[in-house]
Design a protein around this ligand. Sequence first.
Ligand SMILES: Cc1ncc(COP(=O)(O)O)c(C=O)c1O
Length: 450
Amino acid sequence: MNMTVGAKGKAAREKLEAMTPKSRELHERSGDLLPVEVVPTFEMPTPLSIHSAEGAHVTDVDGNEYIDLTMGAGPHVLGHRPKMVEDAMHEQLGKAWHLVLKNDRQLELAELIREAVPAAERTVFCNSGTEATMYGMRVARAFTGKEKVAVFDGCYHGAHDYALIKADPGSPRSAPTGTVWGSGVPSTIRDDTMVVLPYDDPAAFDLIRKHRDELAVVLVQPVQNSVPRDDVGQFLKELAEVCKECGVLTLLDEVVTGFRLAWGGGCEYFGIEGDLMTFGKALAGGMPVGALSGRAEVMAPLGKPWGDPDGVFLGGTFSGNPLTMAAGVAALTHMRDNKDTIYPYLNEQGDRLAKRVNAFCEERQMGAQLMNAGSILYMHFKRGIETSRDLADENHDAEREFYVHLMAKGVIVPGIHLFFLSTAHTPEDVDAVADAFCASLQDVREDGLI
Ligand SMILES: Cc1ncc(COP(=O)(O)O)c(C=O)c1O
């Protein structure tokens, strides 16, 4: 790869190399044995192995402490290892942690979800957001008797085959065609079952009307991961109306936004409701989890007896296990009881960080922009971004160097560059993050890259 690295970039790399010998050693040992050490989108600019985490901080195997903005890819709304969750898990460990038999904690967690999101009249648990959206599509097909599923350009719904159809970047913005993400996904899925819609664009409504007789469901993230915006409420409301008019279900994928944007997630934040909702991440206080919830009528195919041809098949050895459920009950109970302080705090800190970094960029006319919807943030190396279609010609040299500097200054943002704040990030932590962002941007400028 032909990389443009200046004197500042070289110095930051040297500093990181001196700081992280054990991380490097582990990375070299992993070699061929672990072709994927972490999900590739979460690779760091240079090898890093974390040993422990607490609150807003992580410590690597060499003993360096960092402010973590990964927050486990979103679940840690309350920071790493919040005491009430850790205590609940210790208590549950002394009872049972995996059964597959019914357990008393599932009901408590489902009741908490319904309290947060009244449309969640029925819930089934699984182990990841990926499983939740997969089941959501299946239930929608079973309920409507229609086979096609629509997804929006720029939304992410997990790693199963049906979630890996995205817009072909060469296709027209308002009439995107689908392309398969990566190798190994059958093209028949793209051709026979999926419709791709343009985000925040009324042309999407015409496409839904056109495909109304074959479309079972439209999936949408209330906030897109790579373009987090908090001004899409009107679009989401219109989307729900058009779907209703066409007899097409809406599935709100709240895997990121659920219990993060507000106690009631994107539904509460934007004043919307889905026929189906998917949850994950923050739902279980950092334990692996997914959930599909929805209106009772739509979820009915899930309640059929085993073997009923109208029933929807679910699997999952570890689904609804009591250890995960106990962690979720502790986390959600705390979030519910403190929602009036937690969510205003998270959203205010996200706005404050974005405002400071964006003011710095504007004053110096730097081509970069920190986008946020509350505590969901994404730094772009281009200005004026509205949808994922605007991301094509970002300044990737500046982007790559920025994250090297940021890591050398003790702030962790992984390769995906989507990051999160938590209640464990104090205003002082957020100030330190803003300082590190501004200083890293300045380093990139001094190397002539922005
Ligand atoms: C909106 C959304 N849906 C689904 C998923 C998949 O969740 P998981 O990684 O738990 O499978 C993700 C993961 O980031 C996501 O952001």
